[in-house]
Ligand binder design. Structure first.
Ligand code: CAA
Length: 388
């Protein structure tokens, strides 16, 4: 019995895209998922599959080479891929994360220069906010600096935990241009691969999403043309936050997909595994677990699709809905994958079965694009303000 819920379609176009994605996932992504995790290498073949099928630019405007699809469709695409392979889903989500600064803060020239190449997959991108001392306190503890010199800026500093930083052709880097202005003294720059003074440092060894390279990026007297400044000087932090409002639903979708993938696997397994003379799915203890897992997944899905619809509408409460979706879906991914491992027992703990990978992959969704604690701060501040 299949228990997977198929997302309702918002349009004929969305139905076509998601049908195509399901076929690609079954034929191309799912068979590679375990290997991608084991080798810990960026799956260039999967990136090509996505590029050839226009999946890297779903929510980008058609006038800049994107599909012109909705955020709702975009999150459903990420969710479908993540059911089989979280690292592959992250390629699509990070292409959105790395392009959003240009969509939000870029001028027409910058949009024309970069977005078509990002939509087609000719370019990959990354988003570089985090530093050694500046994770949650993104503005207050930032150290990277950019100083104007003629028609360029000289950038110095380091960024860490940069998803796809080592394979990106263009990276949005946030740096301080006026230390006296706090968050309003931060600016955003498009740094391109090969710019002198820009280098890729340490590659992290991680618990999960092992097929997604996470690296340190270093900038030593890196000269960035002023034409690569996004928005005006001092607008960088607001661009960074507006980006996260639209990218957190993508990570929520990754989390939801992981949870659904683990639930589907555990439910199938429970119907096949015999204990005490009958399938364990007929034991009440397992039934209660499956019912709770399903309920959590469906609740998370409703919240995520609502958050994505708010992104599409430009609703005033997008910020808190994006944070709530990331919070709920990340926690559901962690609890559901942990229970899926439990249902499989010893087999669940083995790398021969996918649920242990899914449990390892789920953990990052509670950490990146703002920890679950940061999501709660964002949500609460929208209710009661920041205070003094
Ligand atoms: N939209 C527009 N403006 C916003 C905003 C938003 N969503 N959020 C804040 N701002 C504005 C504020 O209005 C304020 O502007 P004014 O000074 O003009 O009033 C300014 O930005 C500063 O805001 P805060 O005072 O709220 O800033 P803060 O220092 O208290 O920090 C925070 C707020 C929510 C904690 C923020 O630092 C944050 O989100 N931290 C987490 C960072 C994060 O998510 N990092 C993830 C890295 S990316 C990643 O992980 C990607 C990956 O690997 C895949």
């Amino acid at each position: 019995m299949a228990i997977a819920t198929q997302a309702k379609y918002d349009s004929e176009e969305e139905a076509m895209i998601l049908d195509m994605v399901r076929t690609l996932v079954a034929e191309r992504v799912a068979p590679r998922a375990a290997e991608i995790d084991e080798r810990g290498e960026f799956p260039w073949d999967i990136k090509e599959v996505f590029a050839q099928n226009d999946l890297l630019g779903v929510p980008f405007p058609a006038e800049y080479g994107g599909v012109g699809g909705s955020f709702v469709t975009y999150v459903k695409v990420v969710e479908e891929v993540a059911k089989a392979c979280a690292a592959s889903a992250l390629i699509i989500a990070v292409q959105e994360l790395g392009t959003l600064p240009i969509m939000i803060g870029g001028n027409d020239e910058q949009k024309r220069r970069f977005i078509p190449k990002l939509a087609s997959g000719e370019f990959l991108c990354a988003y570089a906010l985090t530093e050694v001392g500046s994770g949650s306190d993104a503005a207050g503890s930032m150290r990277a600096k950019a100083v104007r010199d003629g028609d360029s800026y000289v950038l110095n500093g380091s960024k860490i935990w940069i998803t796809q930083g080592g394979v990106a052709d263009v990276v949005t880097v946030f740096a301080i241009t006026d230390p006296s202005k706090g968050p309003n003294g931060i600016s955003a720059f498009l740094v391109e691969k090969g710019m002198p003074g820009f280098s890729v440092g340490k590659l992290e060894k991680k618990m999960g999403i092992r097929g997604s390279p996470t690296v340190e990026l270093n900038f030593v007297d890196c000269r960035v043309p002023a034409a690569n400044l996004l928005g005006a000087e001092g607008e960088g932090f607001k661009i960074a936050m507006k980006v996260l409002d639209k990218s957190r639903p993508g990570i929520a979708a990754q989390a939801l997909g992981i949870a659904q993938g683990a639930l589907d696997y555990a439910a199938r397994y429970a119907q096949e595994r015999i204990a005490f003379g009958k399938p364990i799915a007929q034991q009440q203890g397992i039934q209660f677990m499956l019912a709770d897992m399903r309920t959590e997944v469906e609740s998370a899905r409703l919240l995520l699709y609502e958050a994505a619809a708010k992104c599409d509408a430009g609703a005033p409460d997008t910020t808190e809905f994006a944070a709530m979706a990331k919070l709920k879906c990340g926690d559901v991914a962690m609890s559901v994958t942990t229970d899926a491992v439990q249902i499989l027992g010893g087999f669940g703990y083995s790398t021969e079965y996918p649920v242990e990978r899914m449990m390892r992959d789920a953990k990052i969704t509670q950490i990146y694009e703002g920890t679950q604690q940061i999501q709660r701060i964002v949500i609460a501040r929208k209710m009661v303000g920041k205070g003094r």
